[in-house]
Ligand binder design. Structure first.
Ligand SMILES: [Mg+2]
Length: 387
């Protein structure tokens, strides 16, 4: 009899390899990373609501301490709104050089346990510990040890999720946050997922979630009850992904040293809007991407505009100008110029827009800076799937 967790339903004909069957993945996510580093390094900030954000009327929150989160402040929220929510919050401009140094120290700890490390940003990474370097008997023990080392050596806390694949490990790391550990054993996958609210699935942001709630889909269990065809009809290609994820199927391997080929940000609109009305969003996103890429912007050669139609069809348009823009405004202007190449008619409505930089020339450490992308709608997360 095959192990339960191999997926409740293999009717799509896809068989997992033996290698998949024994995978042990840990997802480690530092708690309120940038804000925690600030609080660690400045005792005056401890216990206080700290918001890491640049100054400026259109700036967004890069990180919020747990004290600040009590006031409803979240990553990616406009900084002005954060200031309204908590008038005594301490605003600190981000210092990515320092965060990056701490991030490398965290990664050094990971590397004692495995070489299969896939960083997602400065503050989170997937680790494949199917075989680990220290001889610890289980993935859970590895996760416990890593959290201990981070706490003892760096005076910071991290949350970790342990599961047989990346998708589940990421959900698990969020489960007991902050400073928590959660393990999903193979035999627990189906029941764990069936009670999970649909908004917990990566890629299902607020807007998609509402769309699904309207369709009567509240939990992953509700998705489990649907067949692939229905899901595809309703949600396009993402529907097929949903079909698999709802059954705990995720074959994606941990890819170490992945080169960041793109950097981007995206917005999902509260309601679908025509292309011409996306302009203010594009300007804001361009500013965000520009800020996040400030050390590497010159290395990018291509500007990308991503759109998702009301019907969930994704399209990207890109341009590699002879000279890269030298400012956020310039980046926005290039992105806006790509409107001409969206040939869908003035009546087409869009649910999402994204602006990105790609085709980075530098072969050095990729830009892993992110500013609030954890709170984005998540479809594609912070990075556009541009090649
Ligand atoms: Mg984090």
């Amino acid at each position: 009899m095959r192990p339960l967790w191999r997926g409740v339903d293999m009717s799509n004909g896809e068989l997992q390899t033996q290698e998949d069957a024994i995978r042990k993945i840990v997802h480690v996510d530092m708690d309120a990373f940038y804000a925690s580093v600030e609080q660690r390094d400045n005792p005056d900030l401890r216990g206080r609501p700290v918001v890491v954000a640049w100054h400026g009327p259109r700036s967004v929150v890069c990180a919020a301490s747990y004290e600040a989160r009590k006031f409803g402040i979240r990553s990616a929220m406009p900084a002005l709104r954060a200031a309204r929510l908590c008038s005594h919050a301490v605003f600190i401009p981000p210092d990515f050089t320092r965060y990056k140094a701490v991030s490398l120290a965290v990664r050094e700890i990971f590397s004692r346990h495995t070489d299969l490390i896939e960083p997602l940003s400065l503050d989170e990474a997937y680790l494949d510990v199917t075989e680990n370097k220290t001889g610890l008997p289980t993935a859970t023990r590895v996760a416990i040890k890593i959290r201990e080392e981070i706490r003892q050596e760096l005076n910071l806390t991290a949350s970790a999720g342990v599961a047989p694949n990346k998708f589940l490990a990421k959900i698990a790391s969020d489960w007991k946050k902050p400073d928590g550990l959660f393990v999903i054993q193979p035999h627990q996958i189906h029941s764990f997922l069936s009670d999970l609210s649909i908004g917990r699935i990566p890629g299902v942001g607020k807007v998609t979630e509402q769309h699904m709630l309207d369709a009567g889909i509240k939990t992953v269990g509700d998705v489990q009850a649907m067949d692939a065809e229905t899901l595809e009809t309703r949600f396009g290609r993402y529907g097929l992904r949903l079909y698999e994820l709802s059954r705990g199927i995720d074959h994606s391997p941990v890819v170490p040293n992945r080169m960041r080929k793109s950097l981007s940000a995206e917005d999902t609109f509260p309601e679908d809007i025509p292309l011409r009305e996306t302009e203010s969003s594009i300007r804001r996103l361009a500013e965000k991407v520009w800020a996040a890429s400030r050390e590497n912007a010159r290395g990018a050669r291509t500007v990308v505009l991503k759109l998702k139609t009301k019907e969930f069809n994704s399209l990207t348009r890109s341009l590699t100008p002879p000279e890269m823009p030298g400012s956020a405004e310039g980046l926005a202007a290039v992105a806006l110029s790509l409107f001409d190449r969206v040939e869908l008619g003035a009546n087409q409505l869009f649910r999402l827009v994204g602006v990105g930089l790609s085709n980075f020339q530098s072969s050095e450490e990729p830009p892993l800076f992110s500013c609030g992308d954890e709170a984005s709608d998540g479809e594609g997360l912070a990075n556009l799937p541009v090649s």
